[in-house]
Design a protein around this ligand. Structure first.
Ligand code: PLP
Length: 441
């Protein structure tokens, strides 16, 4: 086998075509993937030397920018000290430092951090903790509640509570039973918000009556459903929903895998609603997008219910790479950068620019449902709503061939840029979107 470093881009692509199975890809119809040569700040450089602005932060992970010098240095320093050790029976400063910083950033008594590998596994851990908590109390409960349109990952438990993305129906028989609440998504200028929110709260109240002492937990993406189509809901709805569920003894799990670490304008989306869930799942920007790692952070009381004399009360869960020191080191440095670079202030400026752009396009006949939360801005293009619609593909291809990495979710066009993006780069993205829409018309 030839070594990849000595191969030309064409030879590499031939090997990719022969050996690689890409995620969320229909290899029979989709064009070949783009070969990355390097990435710096908000720019991806391809094998042929052309450049793309990474306006979706490489699946929403890239935080301070690609190949950030401070993060690179933290990674190198940790690699020279030790790269990995198992986490049962061992511990290390990077994991301890990240956990203590994380719990200080989170509200209430969310004080206990369980590490895992990615967003999906953070959700699996939360579901297992909720289930076992009730079992440890001697009051087993097995009903979970999720919100329509939610997405929580692709593993079996996460698929079970992922409702409405349409990808998972094939696996129905593998999944556990979940009750679904309507999601009152809103947009700028929406005048039916209250009615939709009242409907969702009433649906929760009906479930509470229908399943007394059987509901183990409720999982949701606070303020913004990402993969479901950048669907925004109001903080006041979140407050009502959480208060209603917690008053009925339901454990509330926030999935902040996409919304965590500044994306919605505050460090965590939950801050805007002034509520404290029983558990929160984080990943993606936890490591600034450098390495796969996640955390499920739980309230003290929940952790305490796993303490006892017998191992059967303990959480029987762990991954080979739990709390990987390299991932922890880069995560710690990233959390420091939030303070050093005043990242939240920059996010506020990005939000302001997004709002200006949405105002500019709001009256276009082909644009509907403009919405924005923090550094995330989205709108829908009128027309075919299918995830794989011709319109969506045409737009994506046009953006890519014009230097913009923007991947519409069906009819939803959105930006979720790394926080290092400059005003000039954002302006380029906005002009590109307008030109793309004009071509489609
Ligand atoms: N939860 C949310 C809200 C997500 O957006 C995602 C991924 O996009 C996940 C969970 C799954 O994360 P991962 O792809 O890292 O498993």
């Amino acid at each position: 086998h030839p070594s990849p470093e000595t191969l030309s881009p064409e030879e590499l692509m031939a090997l990719d075509n022969r050996h690689i199975w890409h995620p969320f890809t229909q290899h029979g119809t989709e064009s070949a993937p783009l070969l990355i040569k390097s990435a710096k700040a908000a720019t991806l450089t391809l094998g042929d030397g052309s450049e793309l602005l990474d306006l979706i932060s490489s699946w929403w992970t890239c935080t301070h920018g690609h190949s950030h010098p401070a993060l690179n240095a933290a990674l190198a320093e940790q690699a020279n000290a030790y790269e990995h050790v198992m986490f049962a029976g061992f511990t290390h400063a990077p994991a301890i430092s990240v956990a203590s910083r994380l719990v200080n950033l989170l509200p209430g008594d969310l004080n206990r951090v369980f590490y895992s590998d990615d967003g999906s596994t953070a959700v699996e851990v939360a579901l297992k903790i909720a289930y076992q908590h009730w079992s440890n109390q001697g009051e087993p409960r097995n009903v979970f509640i999720a919100l329509d349109g939610g997405y929580h990952g692709d593993t079996v438990g996460a698929m079970s509570v992922g409702k409405g993305c349409g990808f998972f129906s094939l696996f129905r028989d593998l999944m556990c039973e979940v009750q679904v609440l309507p999601y009152p998504s809103t947009f700028i200028g929406d005048d039916e918000v209250e009615e939709k929110e009242d409907g969702a709260i009433a649906a929760l109240e009906r479930l509470i009556e229908e399943y007394p002492d059987q509901i183990a937990g409720m999982i949701l993406e606070p303020l913004l459903q990402g993969a479901g189509g950048m669907r925004v809901s109001r903080p006041s709805f979140l407050t009502r929903l959480v208060e209603t569920a917690q008053a009925a003894g339901i454990l509330v799990i926030f999935d902040e895998v996409a919304t965590g670490f500044g994306r919605t304008g505050t460090m965590f989306a939950m801050e805007q609603a002034g509520v404290v869930p029983d558990m929160v799942c984080v990943s993606k920007c936890l490591t600034a997008g450098y390495l796969p790692m996640a955390a499920t952070v739980v309230r003290d009381e929940l952790f305490d219910s796993f303490i006892g004399d017998s191992f059967s009360r303990a959480l029987a869960h762990g991954h080979s790479f739990t709390a990987n020191p390299l991932a922890c080191a880069v995560s710690l440095r990233s959390l420091q950068l939030f303070e050093e670079e005043n990242t939240l202030k920059r996010i506020g400026e990005i939000a302001e620019k997004h709002r200006g752009f949405l105002e500019r396009i709001a009256d276009r006949p082909d644009v509907t449902w403009p919405r924005q939360v923090g550094s995330i801005m989205a709108f829908d293009v009128k027309g075919s709503p299918d995830y794989q619609s011709a319109q969506s593909r045409t737009l994506k291809d046009w953006f890519l061939s014009n230097g913009l990495n923007i991947r519409p979710l069906g009819s939803t066009v959105y930006l979720m840029p790394p926080f290092c993006i400059t005003d000039a780069e954002l302006d380029r993205a906005y002009e590109g979107i307008i030109e793309g829409l004009d071509r489609l018309a």
